[in-house]
Design a protein around this ligand. Structure first.
Ligand code: G6P
Ligand code: MG
Length: 217
């Protein structure tokens, strides 16, 4: 059988979630907003523009469009200084084993990320070659939990949503997958990602047998 496996990027393939957090926290500090690790959960999977809106909301802070534009650039510039230093060593455990296994079994592999930096990151960590299609923040207008990013991904490889399996580390992403009527697999904490059909702390917990079951279900 052939299924389509859609991977989120940040927090699923690479641990860039920590870099997003550092950069947002520094920005928040510079504009006088208190932003904690707990608050950060809400930002995962959410677009850059919407992340800033959430942070401003936390601090009850009003800002002009001009200020917002400056802050968005500031945040991304700091984030990019982390990205520039990335290499294969930052691929999360067993991600490549899973990608290889799916490739060997002729499965379709798609990236479904809200990030506008997705392509350079995949190139940095040398995983670009595994993907049959890439949908990122440059291709969609509606942010997760809207299912657009995953539906466009499925379309690009001529798959029906019900033949798609989504790996996600964010609450918004799991909701997007569910809304797309795809099978959602949470990568992270079960108590946070309780809306996912299955949840694993990381890919080391996902066996080849389980992947075969997904392919054949
Ligand atoms: C991902 C991350 C978010 C990030 C968003 C936009 O979904 O989980 O934390 O804000 O992408 O990323 P970008 O690289 O375009 O700022
Ligand atoms: Mg993510």
């Amino acid at each position: 059988k052939q299924k389509t496996f859609i991977f989120d990027l940040d927090g699923v393939i690479v641990d860039t979630a920590k870099y997003h957090f550092f950069a947002w926290q520094n920005l928040a500090k510079s504009i006088g907003v208190n932003f904690t690790h707990e608050d950060n959960e809400q930002l995962k999977g959410v677009s850059r523009v919407q992340s800033l809106e959430l942070i401003l909301g936390l601090g009850n802070k009003k800002a002009t469009q001009e200020e917002k534009d400056i802050w968005l650039v500031q945040k991304n510039e700091e984030y990019l200084t982390f990205i520039e230093k990335m290499d294969e060593s930052e691929i999360l455990p067993d991600v490549e084993r899973v990608l290889q296994f799916l490739k060997e079994h002729n499965q379709k592999i798609v990236l479904g990320s809200a990030s506008k930096n997705a392509k350079p990151i995949l190139e940095k960590v040398n995983l670009f070659r595994y993907f049959d299609a890439i949908v990122d923040g440059n291709d969609v207008s509606k942010a997760k939990p809207d299912p657009e990013v995953f539906l466009v991904g499925a379309d690009k490889v001529y798959s029906k949503p019900k033949s798609c399996i989504v790996f996600e580390d964010s609450v918004a992403g799991v909701q997007a997958a569910n809304q797309a009527a795809m099978l959602s697999i949470g990568i992270g904490e079960q108590n946070v990602l309780h809306e996912a059909k299955f949840c694993f702390t990381d890919f080391t917990k996902i066996s080849n047998e389980f992947l075969l079951d997904l392919i054949n279900c």
